[in-house]
Design a protein around this ligand. Structure first.
Ligand SMILES: [Zn+2]
Ligand SMILES: [Zn+2]
Length: 465
């Protein structure tokens, strides 16, 4: 199984670069990162994903001829880029347009690409390939990966990922009576897209549990639930689907939510990972997701998802709730926040939503609890203190805001411009605001595009420790 994530900025760059005024075809290159998944969490099957990393124009001196039905260029730059791609663990892609039609692979494309693959094989041996992408004049996109001169694999889906989420190659399913009422709002193309989307929900507590339950109602095809905790008595005031008996039996939050969703029989495949999101065993599952909701309070987990968003082009919709009781000196402060983390938008660290010191302490607590206790005893670690107040309506409303952002990304129901990169709702003062900020100049994730779409690297996400 093969799919592709094309970053929104790269698609725009390609469309601009390849626009011609005379209706002639045009071509460019794209370097692609690769995600090799041994077993996806829903089917257990291997899957591969290509993620756009960098667009490279065809040098002017390499262009030979072009018309409305063909484009020819010298293979000099192809061979040079192929070498560069292989040295850095990337896949080279060629991109060309069909200005007068939708995207498809023509017989001419088959012949040209077979010939190109012969060049690759002669030069580098049989184990190398390249990708090919066609941009249709109507906005459609198709892609495939050549692995031998006789064998190419079609990308079953391409997600253009950014503030809008546009899926190409989704084939319509039979009418889904259960989802009829939302098709009446968003049109008949909406449900097949939702049924094809695979979403990770990281953290299954106050905000994660309503997120998972509502995504299931929405008809999402695959849900991945990740959480390390068990249900405790004090969770029952806000974790959807949880029962007193779950707290008494100390059942895992992921198991409780999976039970509720499976018993409702909504046609949703649920996979669970009981553990910490940073755990290496969760990597296949995370890299198989199209979208991830960040519903954790954990700073280290947030830092990790923050990196995932830029390396893999998987949009992370992160949420947080901040509730401070009123006191003699100050009124209530109650707010929900939803932040879109994606290449082109500032990251959670630059926005100040992750405390790196706390993140290190949390990591230490998990990996070396004795050392953590020692430092805590010596007052090197601040943490602890009383649990923060929290009420189900505010956590659930924040989850609603987050999923509505996803709906905006999929349908543009609020108009063009896509998802807001940050929304904040004050429950106490009844205010909605959206805002953004500038990346810190030294930020390796969001200040420049060096690692965007880089996908699999060693160490994973360039994360040390
Ligand atoms: Zn063509
Ligand atoms: Zn940043």
């Amino acid at each position: 199984m093969l799919d592709m994530i094309l970053l929104e900025g790269h698609e725009a760059e390609l469309r601009t670069l390849l626009a011609t005024t005379d209706g002639a075809e045009a071509s460019a290159y794209v370097l692609l990162g690769k995600a090799d998944v041994a077993a996806d969490p829903w089917t257990g099957k291997a899957r591969q994903r290509l993620v756009s990393h960098k667009v490279v124009p065809v040098p002017a001196e390499d262009r030979i001829s072009a018309s409305g039905v063909h484009v020819t260029w010298s293979t000099r730059s192809f061979v040079r880029l192929l070498k560069q791609a292989e040295e850095s663990g990337l896949t080279l892609g060629i991109v060309h347009t069909h200005p007068g039609s939708h995207a498809f692979f023509s017989d001419q494309d088959d012949r040209n690409e077979t010939e190109l693959l012969r060049i690759v094989t002669n030069r580098s041996g049989a184990s190398h390939g390249f990708a090919s992408i066609v941009l249709g004049g109507d906005g459609s996109i198709c892609a495939r990966l050549w692995t031998s001169p006789s064998e190419s694999t079609l990308c079953e889906r391409i997600m253009v990922s950014g503030r809008r989420l546009v899926f190409h190659g989704v084939t319509a399913l039979a009418d889904d009576a259960m989802l009829d009422r939302q098709a009446r709002l968003f049109g008949t193309s909406f449900n097949p897209i939702v049924r094809g989307v695979r979403i990770g929900v990281i953290g299954c507590g106050g905000t994660g549990s309503p997120t998972a339950m509502m995504l299931a109602r929405l008809g999402v095809g695959g849900l991945l639930l990740v959480d390390d905790d068990v249900i405790e008595l004090t969770n029952l005031n806000r974790v959807h689907g949880s029962r007193r008996s779950d707290a008494e039996a100390a059942r895992a939050k992921v198991d409780v939510l999976a039970r509720e969703i499976r018993e409702a029989d909504l046609g949703v495949e649920v996979a669970t990972f009981k553990g910490w999101v940073v755990d290496a065993r969760a990597r296949d599952a995370l890299r198989s997701c199209d979208v991830v909701f960040g519903c954790t309070d954990d700073h280290d987990g947030r830092l990790f998802l923050n990196r995932l968003a830029y390396f893999y082009g998987i949009p992370v919709i992160d949420m947080g709730v901040r509730i401070i009781p009123a006191s003699k000196d100050r009124p209530y402060e109650m707010a929900g926040r939803v932040t879109l983390v994606t290449p082109g938008a500032p990251c959670l660290l630059c926005r100040g939503f992750v405390n790196p010191v706390r993140a290190r302490e949390e990591a230490l607590k998990r990996t070396d609890p004795d050392e953590y206790d020692r430092r805590k005893a010596e007052a090197y670690i601040a943490g602890g203190g009383d649990p923060t107040p929290v009420v189900v309506t505010f956590t659930t409303e924040t989850a609603c805001m987050a999923i509505n952002e996803l709906l905006q990304g999929l349908t543009a129901f609020r108009g063009d411009g896509g998802m807001k990169t940050e929304r904040r709702r004050r429950f106490d003062t009844v205010e909605d605001r959206s805002s953004t900020c500038a990346p810190r100049a030294e930020c390796e994730l969001c200040a420049n595009d060096t690692i965007w779409g880089r996908a699999d690297v060693i160490p994973f996400l360039h994360r040390i420790g």
